[in-house]
Design a protein around this ligand. Structure first.
Ligand SMILES: Nc1ncnc2c1ncn2[C@@H]1O[C@H](COP(=O)(O)OP(=O)(O)O[C@H]2O[C@H](CO)[C@@H](O)[C@H](O)[C@H]2O)[C@@H](O)[C@H]1O
Ligand SMILES: OC[C@H]1O[C@H](O[C@H]2[C@H](O)[C@@H](O)[C@@H](O[C@H]3[C@H](O)[C@@H](O)[C@@H](O)O[C@@H]3CO)O[C@@H]2CO)[C@H](O)[C@@H](O)[C@@H]1O
Length: 655
């Protein structure tokens, strides 16, 4: 089989493959379109689809529909006002590693040996369509999350839930992601390809019966399932608006959890339900009621006894805590109160009569999930300490035997300096010239002097105690004595584009006017801007107080931007401090300073800046070592598989 066309441009080319004449005759002259997706450095998945008569659907892993109804009311007939009930489209053909039985109307798998394409304009590679590593055991996996990119993202949780499921699906798992269908005008287009499934359920909670419906999109081998309810349709960010967090968040995410428990039982995706043998991956507090529901409302009735759950903690700072009086709203049996029971320490109570009694969603998952994962190893230890455990340290310590840390990966389709659509110039570890051009463009865009020799430091993050922005504020007068430029992109907690925190914005504007040639600040949430900063800066600063993993330092390294970070949690796990005398290849990738003081941070920045100015070969070494580290999801996905395997070896933690 020969390639008759070669994708222009860099990665992700679209290649047309034409069968040899004999095969083509058998296959009614079918043309196979292969879209190559880069899933790891040097590894590509060919997504094949044929053009012409309808292709055979890919075989589903879950063949026997268990026909077990959800415990909620069966779906009523579809309402008239909705679009015609449409079965979600099947994938055109096999995806990921070619399924052994994949026949494209006569073209057998073994007639497709390898696909030859130009991987970049300079460089061609042979990409073996079977190169994608596969899981030893494939499973049905159900992610439950408050956000997943590109549909909805407030930060790193969205990045992870938008990319880890794809990585697991590429390894052969059947993967569903369940999240809200947030509509607020500006982001509605993100859900445009999600089709109405005609499935409705009524959820018994908060003193009523609340109807939710499901939408579905099949993309990148993943079933993206969107739970629809009027409470997800409102202006603001995902979790709040200018007035603070939404008052009904507990209700909104209770609905999500109930709906996520029903989805595998009632949604026929690609023709088949997921069934009762699933691994639920519940992310942060928004999804934390899922393991409680499995234990309290399903297993006692014989449902989901073969499923397991893994709680993934992205950030212990948000636990979903509400007054104890809300417990009856959750629709849980009274005897399960203890699972969510939470008592604030005396110092945190509001008045002398306040008993501090509350319910805590995240705690509910900590005590009922089969396994617990934090997003780095360092953080998995920190959460068991009084300093890092945010009140849950003792409970988490008591579950140490099922607690692991797995460092996040990154989506290198989105974050790749050789192809990034947000960048004015592209570059790679072999040719860094495009990075210097990106820096010059960024300086122009900001109205800063265009100078290659001055170190440009960037910060990207939320205006949040976690991110240590107060330290930056304190350090600015000292830092501005240096020949340096600083670019500050931050989002407000509630992520309202164009609005601001008057005190903080005031500080930014006055700092800009005091240091006209050196400092720029911008308030807003813009993914393209964050990419341009990551590429255009020389140094990325992350003085986080705590950081469960951190993604910006990984993006920075991938883009040859040297991270200077507080050595905590995932930052300490992923950034190795520069040591010019280290063994070859192990001289480090940045600076991880500790303790978190203004002086230490300034020391690390000054060391980085002098290395940038005076030791060019060392600087280039730092950049290149960061760029060649494997930050892809493959390794993490394999570790998740191991966790899942352990979970299924054990009995459910709560029967
Ligand atoms: N103004 C802005 N405009 C555009 N993009 C912006 C932005 N501000 C931030 N972002 C983006 O938001 C993401 C932030 O991710 P992080 O992992 O660094 O932190 P976050 O605290 O959100 O996530 C939590 O979950 C993740 C995932 O597990 C953990 O890595 C982390 O430690 C934990 O706190 C990045 O993709 C970043 O580019
Ligand atoms: O990506 C950034 C973080 O996004 C999530 O955190 C959000 C959190 O889950 C929401 O509940 C909300 O937090 C509010 C909190 O509930 C409330 O008590 C009050 O303290 O205000 C908070 C801010 O509104 O918004 C958070 C995002 O700002 C995700 O869970 C984290 O892992 C991410 O770090």
């Amino acid at each position: 089989m020969a390639a008759t066309g070669v994708g222009a441009g860099c990665l992700a080319p679209s290649v047309r493959l034409r069968a040899d004449p004999a095969t083509a005759a058998r296959a009614s002259a079918c043309v196979v379109r292969a879209r190559l997706r880069r899933v790891a450095r040097g590894r590509y998945v060919a997504e094949l689809s044929r053009e012409g008569p309808a292709a055979r659907p890919a075989q589903q892993q879950q063949l026997a529909p268990p026909l077990v109804p959800g415990f909620l009311a069966p779906p009523p007939p579809a309402p008239a006002q909705s679009p015609a009930p449409t079965q979600p489209p099947l994938p055109d053909a096999g995806v990921g590693e070619l399924a052994p039985d994949l026949l494209l109307e006569g073209i057998a798998e073994d007639s497709i040996d390898s696909i030859i394409v130009a991987a970049s304009e300079q460089d061609s590679e042979i990409m073996d369509a079977k190169d994608q590593p596969q899981a030893k055991v494939t499973r049905s996996i159900v992610f439950v999350t408050g956000e997943a990119a590109p549909y909805a993202k407030s930060g790193g949780l969205g990045d992870v839930c938008g990319s880890l499921p794809i990585a697991l699906a590429a390894r052969g798992h059947r993967v569903m992601v369940v999240m809200p269908r947030y509509l607020n005008g500006s982001s509605d287009k993100n859900y445009a390809k999600a089709l109405y499934t005609a499935k409705h359920i009524k959820i018994p909670c908060f003193g009523g019966s609340h109807e939710v419906t499901f939408f579905h999109e099949y993309r990148d081998n993943v079933d993206w399932v969107f739970v629809d309810h009027p409470s997800y349709h409102r202006p603001g960010s995902l979790y709040g608006d200018n007035f603070g967090a939404f008052g009904d968040n507990q209700f909104r995410y209770t609905l999500l959890c109930y709906a996520a428990c029903e989805a595998p039982l009632i949604l026929e995706l690609g023709g088949y339900i997921y069934g009762q043998n699933c691994m639920f991956v519940v992310n942060d507090w928004h999804a934390s009621l899922v393991p409680v529901l499995l234990a309290a409302k399903y297993r006692p009735y014989g449902v989901y006894r073969d499923s397991r759950s893994t709680l993934v903690i992205h950030n212990l700072a948000h636990q979903g805590v509400e007054p104890a009086s809300t417990y009856p709203d959750l629709g849980l049996p009274p005897e399960w109160y203890g699972a969510l029971e939470w008592v604030f320490p005396e110092w945190a109570r509001r008045h002398a009569l306040d008993k501090g009694e509350a319910v805590n969603f995240l705690k509910g998952a900590v005590v009922t999930a089969d396994r617990i994962v934090t997003v780095s190893q360092g953080y998995s230890w920190e959460v068991t300490t009084a300093e890092g455990g945010q009140g849950l340290n003792e409970l988490l310590s008591s579950r140490k035997s099922v607690l692991n840390g797995i460092v996040n990966g990154i989506d290198i389709n989105d974050w790749n300096p050789t192809t990034d659509k947000c960048l004015p110039h592209h570059y790679s570890v072999d040719d860094l010239s495009g990075k210097a051009k990106c820096k010059a463009e960024l300086q122009k865009e900001l109205g800063l002097p265009v100078r290659e020799d001055v170190p440009l430091i960037g910060f990207i993050g939320r205006l949040d105690y976690q991110k240590g922005i107060d330290l930056i504020k304190m350090a600015i007068p000292e830092l501005m004595r240096e020949d340096v430029q600083f670019w500050y992109l931050f989002t407000l907690l509630q992520v309202m584009l164009g609005s601001g925190d008057p005190i903080f914005e005031g500080w930014m504007r006055s700092t800009e006017s005091s240091y006209k040639d050196k400092f720029r600040g911008w308030v807003g949430f813009s993914v393209p801007v964050s990419h341009r900063i990551t590429a255009g800066c020389d140094i990325l600063l992350m003085p986080s107080r705590f950081e469960p993993c951190g993604l910006n330092q990984l993006y920075a390294m991938q883009y040859g931007t040297v991270p200077v970070v507080h050595g905590t949690g995932g930052l300490r796990d992923t950034v190795e401090t520069f040591n010019p005398f280290g063994a070859k290849g192990e001289e480090g990738t940045g600076w991880a300073f500790s303790p978190l003081t203004v002086d230490k941070m300034l020391w690390a920045l000054r060391t980085a800046m002098s290395t940038f100015r005076e030791h060019k070969p060392s600087w280039e070494g730092l950049m290149k070592r960061g760029m060649t580290k494997d930050h892809t999801w493959d390794h993490a996905a394999e570790q998740y598989e191991q966790i899942f395997e352990w979970a299924f070896v054990d009995q459910p933690y709560v029967m």
